[in-house]
Design a protein around this ligand. Structure first.
Ligand SMILES: Nc1ncnc2c1ncn2[C@@H]1O[C@H](COP(=O)(O)OP(=O)(O)O)[C@@H](O)[C@H]1O
Ligand SMILES: [Mg+2]
Length: 320
């Protein structure tokens, strides 16, 4: 059997570079070397090399998080090079990276989101008045980004300016939304059109963390992840169905993981990740394992789905 030539992309230039490298190492280890010939590329330095070697690549596996990796830019480059890749294309990646646009699409799909306001750098705004709509405590987060970078929980007006400065460091739009106390969960889906719904994961950061911040996410032992989540069947079915609806609403492909909060027995959607973490403590591989899918099998399936989508694109082009 000839081996598939895989370009594994990790590293990059976003603030999630370190996480991406960790995930990339894990994916490199787990890719079945009997099936795949793997070459690693770090977009921070190797984009020219990837373009030059494109004709020798059968499929790319993108393990990049945040801007310039998870946001459609790298996906666009790979499309131009006719290299199929796992997960969402340009559209789904860009939509999911943008938390403001995502919220509008969630609402259109009937998915509840926490009350929120968007602030734009350079526009005059009266934060005190705006903060009244979501009300305190509130969450301040950048419009685009991930891993809780630039995100703060604000308890009182006194803490607001610092939280806004931090979030504006990551871009010209900031989301201020109601802080919903409750059970934090995440729902993974696997597939292009008819998705497999993975068991819901419950996320419990150690009591020293006020929320699921960067350290709680990546420090081993800082967070307990329980899969399946200890919630009623009703809520668990609801969360799975929301994850599938979010996947469709944001035009995601291959896989995605939607973060949600259960507050007063209601599920609210926070955001969708199109390239979920793949580190040893990551949530998507955990949910897959709970569904009987090993990490290596998950990677095989994602590559299969990449080809399925590519074949469909080729057929569509031939028909039109
Ligand atoms: N409205 C909210 N209510 C309560 N906690 C929130 C809210 N929004 C975000 N958080 C907390 O912040 C974390 C990161 O927010 P999220 O919207 O998932 O962005 P990202 O993971 O892309 O940084 C969540 O996992 C959760 O712990
Ligand atoms: Mg999140």
């Amino acid at each position: 059997m000839t081996k598939l030539r895989v370009a594994l992309l990790s590293g990059g230039i976003s603030s999630e570079r370190d996480v991406s490298i960790k995930s990339g190492n894990q994916v490199y280890e787990a890719l079945d070397k009997a099936k795949y010939d793997v070459t690693r590329y770090d977009p921070a330095t190797d984009l020219g090399k990837l373009v030059a070697e494109a004709s020798g690549v059968d499929v790319a596996f993108i393990v990049l998080h945040g801007p310039y990796g998870e946001d459609g830019t790298v996906q666009g480059l790979l499309d131009l090079l006719h290299i199929p890749y796992q997960g969402s294309g340009v559209l789904g990646s860009a939509l999911a990276m943008d938390k403001w646009t995502s919220k509008r699409l969630y609402r259109e799909a009937g998915l509840p989101v926490p009350p929120f306001q968007v602030l734009t750098l350079g526009e005059a705004f009266d934060t005190e008045t705006l903060a009244k709509m979501p009300g305190y405590p509130l969450v301040v987060k950048p419009r685009s980004g991930g891993s809780s970078i630039g995100t703060s929980i604000v308890e009182s007006p006194r803490q607001l300016p610092q939280a806004l400065d931090l979030a504006f460091d990551h871009g010209p739009h900031v989301i201020m939304e109601a802080y919903l106390e409750g059970i934090e969960i995440t729902g993974g889906v696997l597939g292009n059109d008819n998705c497999q719904l993975l068991p819901v994961v419950e996320i419990i950061p150690e009591s020293s963390y006020t929320f699921f911040d960067y350290e709680a996410k990546y420090q081993e032992g800082a967070t307990r992840e329980i899969c399946p989540a200890r919630i009623s069947k009703n809520l668990s079915d609801g969360a799975q169905s929301y994850a599938a609806k979010a996947h469709r609403a944001l035009c995601c492909r291959g896989y995605s993981r939607t973060d949600m909060i259960i507050h007063d027995e209601m599920i609210y959607v926070l955001e969708t990740n199109t390239i979920p973490g793949m580190t040893p403590v990551s949530l998507f591989p955990l949910a897959a394992r709970a569904a009987g899918i090993s990490f290596s099998q998950l990677l095989d399936r994602l590559i299969e789905l990449a080809f399925e989508d590519r074949d469909r694109d080729v057929r569509q082009r031939e028909i039109s």
